[in-house]
Design a protein around this ligand. Structure first.
Ligand code: PXG
Length: 441
């Protein structure tokens, strides 16, 4: 008989953790065992205030009854239905509800299971759309330096974070990058910065270099989250839209972070009043509870594929779990929760308080910039000499010990509390960060 190789349940070795300092973590694990509202419970029984909505995804806070019940009900009703050549009602209902809150030019939804998959889907649709219309030479993709579009090959190719790229070979060819929108003259800006709309003109330079007839799409995050909250300068997204339109380039907004109320509107596209051709989203789509992503597209894009004999598949793309019944149920219940509690409006209402609270940290030890928009905030630290990222990581560990969950990327503290956050909780997040930074080397 084979020996049972199963380690004991509390052995931490087998699980190779994502985007984690595995050895550090396994020496001093930080485990959550429960969550409700604005708080996590740790394995040692402490309450930790959630300053990050999990990973930018639990916009309605934790353990929302409507979502919990919807998942339980659906699991007992229809657990799985084949996603190809078969359907089930909830995927259609969720698609309709998404269109109901999306910008007015969005008419169709393609489901995926994560932000990364949504990005791959959108990039593939963009290239295939041009080809379907007889413009097969449009294959080039334009991303942006410091952009984050997930971790699959398309996403890291258009993405612009060097650590996510350098270990993984040659990536997609035919990709160019716009410069990032982070300018030193915008330091300490509250909300959208004044300088930098001209950075969109770099797209003109790329068009002049390669010819518009080779370019399929340009993908950007309306607010770059992962790289440490880089805001779009006033007029920048408008100018990008104008240049894309003029050259027949599809504009994709990656709204994995900005979707579902983070800026006070359902999507950043509405907040900024700029209409992209496609939107990628995930995270807040199900309040983070079940993996799900989606690509929203216009009728113009969708309809170009709906030709030829009707028994033929129009787009050779899709996932086993596209529109999964339990994820769809979670998505519907999540959108209902957002509406019932008017959470997008709540974000818009509390954002000015959030802004002033964050900027009150100006002058705190190590802080070299603070920026914000909606319920997003970033506090940039002076890196510890010779040890970049160490100071911010220490701040993260110290804040956790003091009962507040923050995120750090590089030497930047990135904050994105659930949209249910109350003013005293904002105060606590800010005070804790202030205390931690003051005590830190
Ligand atoms: N696009 C954007 C804009 C994202 O922010 C993805 C795609 C990928 O989504 P998935 O679901 O495949 O992870 C993201 C994810 C952070 C952090 O700390 C950000 C993300 C994920 C985890 C952590 O900033 N963004």
């Amino acid at each position: 008989m084979a020996l049972d190789r199963t380690p004991p349940p509390n052995d931490l070795n087998a699980f190779w953790m994502p985007f984690t300092a595995n050895r550090q973590f396994k020496k001093a694990p930080r485990m959550f065992v429960a969550a409700e509202g604005m708080y996590y419970t740790t394995s040692d029984g402490r309450q930790v205030l959630d300053g990050t909505a999990g990973l930018w995804c639990c916009n309605a806070g934790h353990k929302r009854p409507r979502i919990v019940e919807a998942i339980q009900r659906q699991a007992a009703e229809l657990d799985y239905a084949p996603a190809f050549q078969m359907g089930h009602p909830l995927a259609f209902e969720l698609a309709n509800r998404l269109i109901g809150i999306a910008p007015e030019n969005m008419d169709h939804v393609f489901f995926a299971n994560s932000g990364s998959e949504s990005v791959e889907t959108a990039l593939k649709i963009a290239i295939a759309w041009h080809r379907a219309r007889g413009e097969g030479s449009r294959t080039r993709l334009i991303g942006r330096e410091r952009g984050y579009h997930g971790v699959n090959f398309g996403g890291i190719s258009v993405g612009g974070i060097v650590n996510n790229r350098r270990m993984f070979g040659s990536l997609l060819t035919g990709v160019d990058h716009l410069p990032n929108t982070h300018l030193p003259e915008n330091a300490w800006t509250k909300g959208q910065p004044a300088h930098g709309a001209h950075l969109a003109d770099e797209l003109e330079r790329i068009v002049a270099l390669h010819g518009a007839e080779t370019i399929a799409a340009c993908i950007v995050e309306p607010v770059a989250g992962s790289t440490g909250v880089l805001l779009p300068p006033k007029g920048y997204l408008e100018r990008l839209r104008e240049i894309c339109t003029r050259h027949g380039i599809l504009l994709i907004f990656d709204e994995v972070i900005t979707g579902f109320g983070r800026l006070g509107s359902p999507f950043a596209a509405q907040h900024m009043d700029v209409l992209p051709d496609m939107i990628t989203c995930a995270k807040g789509l199900t309040n983070g509870v079940i993996p799900m992503g989606a690509v929203l597209t216009t009728a113009e894009i969708h309809d170009a594929f709906m030709q030829g004999p009707e028994h033929l598949i129009e787009l050779f793309h899709g996932y086993t779990y596209s529109g999964n019944p339990i994820a769809s149920a979670a998505g519907i219940a999540t959108l209902e929760t957002y509406r019932e509690d008017a959470l997008f409006e709540r974000c818009a209402e509390i954002a000015p308080y959030w802004q002033e609270a964050l900027h009150s940290l100006k002058g705190t030890r190590h802080v070299i910039d603070i920026r914000n928009m909606g319920l997003i905030g970033a506090i940039e630290l002076e890196p510890l000499a010779g040890a970049p990222t160490k100071r911010a990581f220490s701040a993260f560990l110290e804040a956790y010990e003091k009962g507040v969950l923050i995120r750090t990327t590089g030497d930047i503290i990135a904050l994105s509390p659930p949209l249910i956050v109350e003013k005293p909780q904002i105060d606590r997040i800010v005070e804790t960060i202030g205390t931690v930074l003051t005590a830190l080397d």
